[in-house]
Design a protein around this ligand. Sequence first.
Ligand code: ATP
Length: 305
Amino acid sequence: MAESVISVNGLRKSYGKLEAVRGIDLEVAGGEIFAFLGPNGAGKTTTVEILEGYRKPSAGKVSVLDSNPADAGRAWRQRIGVVLQDCNLQPELTVRESLELYAGYYEAPRSVDETIELVGLMDQCDQRARRLSGGQQRRLDVGLALVGDPELLFLDEPTTGFDPSARRQAWEVIANLRELGKTVFLTTHYMDEAQALADRVAIIAAGEIVAEGAPGELGGRDAAALISFRLPSGVGAGELPREVAAALGGAGTPHPNGRVQLRTDEPVSILNALTSWALARDLELAGLEVRRPSLEDVYLELTAE
Ligand code: ATP
């Protein structure tokens, strides 16, 4: 594994009596796209702003690019790029002028032309920021963070409010960063975004990390299957075979439309029990479906509280 760019041990942050972050550990390797997911109020912004050096932890150890962000200086800040949720553009400057202005703040900036190309604003380079569409403004935002040629980029919900095609274009920009060997720490509420972009994902809920891993393996979903079907009319969940009822566990109450869903690591034997039971009774199982849990299914399970 490449060297850690972000390393967090036992991080805690309290606001008065509220413990917003409760002892989390995180490692992000160089060149990785890391997605940080969690419901509203889970502690994402608190954590990210500590990593960016804008808030101080209450306890724990934080290292970002080998420095403690709380007391890192200007040279360290030149090595990171931050794209916040709100655009912070100068409305009267053109795309090129904005990038030239920001490039001037850095000792070794990326070329402005290259940056324009990287974020796909070649056709808008002489347009004023206020005349750009929302998606184009967001791209300029990313461009402003990239023009300093940072090693590590924090992207806070980079595609919120985008139409589907603008989102796909933004994903391309982010995927380009991987090609450049940048490390990206991404916060998002979109599971498909994390699935498409991230090498690794961590889910935070109520200040604690509840799962971490590759998006395809999170929460054991690579081994799990979701089986769903509608109970035939006049048949109660209590009549299902024992193995199926056991797999239903506490979640065995069918949906009002009779739909039953269960999660299992042994889909073959559960399906065998279920279909044998149905055949023996000459019942149809309408809408019978077997699928892998999506990242969103796992996320909803883990953050249900
Ligand atoms: P969202 O997805 O809504 O942006 P989040 O995961 O980023 O949420 P945080 O902003 O880190 O969550 O907030 C975590 C908890 O800490 C929340 O209960 C919030 O009300 C509280 N909190 C955040 N900042 C402060 C602050 N400056 N003072 C007091 N409480 C705060």
